[in-house]
Design a protein around this ligand. Sequence first.
Ligand code: F6P
Length: 549
Amino acid sequence: MSQSRQRSPGTFPRDLPAFAALAEHAYGAIATAHMKTLFARDKKRVTRFTLDAADVHLDYSRNRINATTWRLLVALAREAGVERARDAMFAGEHINATEDRAVLHVALRAAPRDRFRIGKQNCTADVHRVLDAMEQFVRAVHAGRIQGHTGHRFTDVVNIGIGGSDLGVVTALRALEHYRGKRPRVHCVSNVDGTQLADLKKILNPATTLFVVCSKTFTTQETMANAHVARRWIQRTLGPGAIADHFAAASTNHEAMDAFGVHRQYRFGFWDWVGGRFSIWSAVGLSVALAIGMPAFRDFLAGARKIDRHFRVAPLERNMPVALALLAFWYNQFFGADSQAILPYDNRLERFPAFLQQMHMESNGKSVRADGASVSIDTGMVIWGEAGNNAQHSFYQLLHQGTRFVPVDFILSARSSGAGMAEHRLAIANCLAQASALMAGQSARDLRAAGIVDASSVAHRVHPGNRPSNTLLLPELSPATLGQLIAIYEHKVFVEGVLFGVNSFDQWGVQLGKVLANSVVQRLKKPTQSNQLDATAEHLLARLRRLGS
Ligand code: F6P
């Protein structure tokens, strides 16, 4: 594809030739074709629609596509300039234009020989300097050379952060619990209401607890409120001199870490070219490294690095993040899908859907394009999900027989991540069975053949099928494969953003609520203050005060 046939700035996705061709195709035979028929017609379908990236195998044959759909979708990716945008990201261009920043989370997992520069900054060298400092700190904590104020080893770590400074950490900690061994337990505190920390204070010993305050800005209301509660607890129980021994931090804001009293050796920096929701690879991962050890944390980074390479070099036709983005776009634009479910069949991945929720929705939940014009198509879908069988007993009814059209991603590993294989085989069986049921369904004819003849009974039991799913298959859940999985979705989100024409790396939509929350806080403190909120807020505040707020 020549440069001239790629999207020029200002071109709307709808104006791309491939979009028009896709629209025509979507409303043709493929709209009504049942996947059972597509499988019957194309014996090579599974080979055609499966691909590998590092250790991850993607089966996307259970989608409402055929070879023509795929050709047109890939053409759309080319015309939208996915390759050019990808190369610009890896080159450190300021693709986050509204914040005038580069987007280089890929540099956080670079090998020492990889070259990532922004102007005069050698990003690779800076990244490895911080990783080495983290390694020294983590080893010293594990060996007991860094200990609490009263000379006790740390048995517990509390990560304080929210959003991108929490969700990746929580996800990785839960996913990799089987790698923790005898290292400290790590707990996470994020919400502002104080209950998480209040509960932890009941079971933790301050003398053996290390807090890690994670905040890119070190100003986030929730994080700072929790960090100050923790600080007061340490001060009250161990004395004011204990603060420096019990707090580590990951942030870009060195002045604020100074003001808080974070020891110079216990602080780990990162840079404005790391977006919060893409920061788990940076010093934000410190708590994860404390839980699984630095060699395993480096494996996690190396896993992501393999996917970066795949994303960079694999042709669009065989590129896993591109494939996932194109399929999501296909259903979003042409099938009216407004949500996508993420369904991991390993309980250790139970927080993965929440992590992906921020990654997708904060990135692509936009109505304005990167060039400032309003979008002309629907953008990011609602992302939701839950771990395997729990989800089956909760919302699969809607997936199978509801009126909503919800494409799903199943995530499955071949080997158990810590339980017996007998139990794990049950999880595998359920995952494969659900994907088959969504695809094939159960017709009235099938039911009658099985002896169910009463018309009403048949009607209630029919499963229409033809409901699409991807299956992402891992050999096992390990630091390396978790790194791969997260990186696949990061790049998928990026490609979707390019297709929509939005800037996936800012998040202006979360600012207004933050500002308003601050004025409500003032209003709660001083009831007579004149700043009037909207009528409903004033009514609720009055009611809350009467109830004791
Ligand atoms: O929720 C908005 C947000 O800005 C996220 O993008 C970010 O991950 C989170 O707040 C936390 O920000 P910080 O790391 O600066 O505390």
